[in-house]
Write a protein that binds this ligand. Structure first.
Ligand code: CDP
Length: 242
């Protein structure tokens, strides 16, 4: 979020540099069951982002000090592959990947019925193969699908999406240039059936009116993405019958 208000990101016809309108998502595809060794898995492309997620478990939680007597813990690892951006990412955990792993685990704990699996852990591995802004949203949305594919009982699905502000205009789903030179970014996690918010982060400043519009865009997009999640799951489990 550079906050450079002078970089032109919206053309005179109101369209963004990639031709989208303010409330348009980048193209999204979702595939289920792509990793044979995992109990559940998902591959998601979102614009130029590519995420693959593997879910293992529930299994006994090790080391024992992480066990909770009354519920499962979600062991989430978000990682950007070294080749996921033009500047090679140094392999291994860093502050950013720890932060995203933590917010992802907390968001997913809102939907997984963790009380059904005391003393166990559910491992969620999120690998970002190509990164072009919005990778935490892509990872969380794909992780919810992989958890469903693994048959983990859940209260709702979870969709993560971000709206933000560029050139003083509220827009949905910032791409890399918009993220670099924009003024604000508001990623959220939304349970699409109950419309509850599972997580919310904000980078930059939005007025109360801009915040309301950004949340309206996020909520509408969450419903659209939820349909794609369900259709991907149904194509695996119903043989394509929707
Ligand atoms: O990916 P997300 O928008 O959730 O997180 P961010 O920290 O706001 O990063 C925005 C984008 O910056 C990423 O999606 C990558 O494209 C890029 N980035 C990068 O090139 N190198 C990094 N070490 C971290 C992020």
């Amino acid at each position: 979020m550079g906050g450079y208000g002078d970089v032109e990101l919206i053309a005179k016809d109101g369209k963004r540099l990639d031709g989208r309108l303010a409330d348009e998502l980048r193209p999204i595809t979702i595939e289920v069951g792509v990793l044979p060794a995992a109990r559940g898995s998902c591959r998601m492309t979102w614009g130029l982002n590519i995420a693959e997620v593997a879910v293992y478990g529930p299994m006994e939680a090790h080391p024992r000090k992480i066990q909770r007597p009354d519920r499962a813990v979600l062991d989430v690892r978000y990682n950007m592959a070294p080749f996921s951006t033009s500047d090679r990412i140094r392999p291994g955990f860093n502050r950013r990947s720890r932060e995203i792993s933590k917010v992802t685990a907390e968001a997913l704990e809102s939907i997984v019925m963790v009380e059904m699996f005391p003393r166990s852990k559910i491992r969620v591995e999120i690998e970002i193969l190509c990164a072009e802004a919005g990778t935490r949203c892509c990872g969380i949305t794909a992780a919810a699908v992989a958890l469903a594919d693994a048959g983990i009982p859940m209260k709702d699905m979870l969709v993560s999406v971000a709206a933000g502000k560029i050139n003083d205009v509220v827009v949905l789903d910032l791409d890399k240039a918009e993220d670099n030179y924009g003024q604000a970014d508001l990623p959220v996690g939304i349970m699409p059936n109950t419309e509850e918010i599972a997580f919310l982060q904000m980078d930059g400043d939005l007025s109360p009116e801009e915040f309301d519009l950004a949340m309206k865009y996020n909520m509408k997009a969450a419903k659209e993405i939820h349909k794609l999640q369900m259709s991907a799951l149904k194509s695996k489990y119903n043989g394509g019958v929707q």
